[in-house]
Design a protein around this ligand. Structure first.
Ligand SMILES: [Zn+2]
Length: 267
């Protein structure tokens, strides 16, 4: 029994550490890092990304991304030290690291029509950060490892062939059964929160649906989707789910009459 104590202690302390909720959706989350730790990780990754990439000199793109960013940042209720960059690359990609460090690649701006679509992608990426999806995934990884240790302890008296079979089954089960659905859930949550953020900032949420339709068309028939597309699959099902979130976002957008921004074209 004594040997089981460390695992038991880890399990108990994990559940005591932090139960938190995502913004807007109110979904309960188990996150084992503090928000401060997560922001520090974001900062490290950000400095690395700035070193490894060349910043864009396209003034129109930079101005538009900063314009949209300075409007969306404040409506999230997060007091981040926001930074907005454009990276010189034709890759279709954008990200927001914990702590509000944001980058758009020129490639994703090339396929957009207007600033409202920048707001759609930015709202979605910022939502991943404010809902602490990174911390949640790291926590899941830790839990999966602790689960493996606990399993090892439970199995230590079993025949080695039985042990082998159980471990073989365990890893795919965790990946397919827990981590992958989680990522789909996070994507859907980021879509939902992103629509609210862009609406609060005065951008028409319908442009988010238009943008994902552009992504769907861009992706169609391509053998290998770009990196961002593979983590953000623009399936018709996803676009349909976004339409279902639209009415709530439209209500917010229409109520913010004075903030409504004329749709500025990008090209
Ligand atoms: Zn996403």
């Amino acid at each position: 029994m004594i040997r089981n104590l460390p695992a038991l202690f880890i399990f108990l302390s994990l559940f005591l550490i932090s139960c938190t909720t995502a913004p807007i959706t109110g979904r309960g989350q188990l996150i084992l890092l503090s928000e401060y730790q997560e922001i520090q990780l974001g900062l490290t990754a950000y400095n690395q990304a700035l070193k490894e990439n060349k910043l864009s000199t396209n003034k129109a793109y930079i101005d538009s991304v900063r314009q949209v960013g300075t409007r969306i940042g404040p409506v999230t209720g997060k007091n981040y030290n926001w930074e907005f960059n454009v990276i010189e690359s034709d890759v279709i990609n954008a990200w927001c690291l914990p702590g509000g460090k944001i980058a758009f690649y020129e490639g994703i701006l090339d396929i957009m029509d207007n600033e409202a679509q920048i707001a759609a992608v930015m709202g979605h990426e910022i939502a991943h950060a404010t809902a602490r999806h990174g911390g949640e995934r790291i926590s899941l990884g830790i839990l999966a490892q602790v689960g493996a240790v606990a399993l090892q302890i439970a199995m230590r008296k079993k025949d080695s062939a039985v042990q082998y079979a159980v471990f073989q089954a365990y890893a795919p089960t965790v990946l397919i059964g827990v981590i992958l659905p989680y990522s789909r859930l996070q994507e859907s949550e980021a879509d939902q929160i992103g629509l609210i953020y862009m609406a609060r900032a005065g951008y028409n949420p319908e442009e988010a649906v238009t943008f994902w339709e552009i992504m769907y068309e861009t992706n169609k028939g391509k053998p290998r989707p770009p990196e961002w597309l593979s983590t953000h699959p623009p399936t018709l099902k996803r676009i349909q789910a976004m339409r279902e979130f639209l009415p709530e976002a439209m209500e917010i957008y229409l109520a913010s009459e004075d903030k409504k921004i004329p749709v500025r074209q990008l090209h």
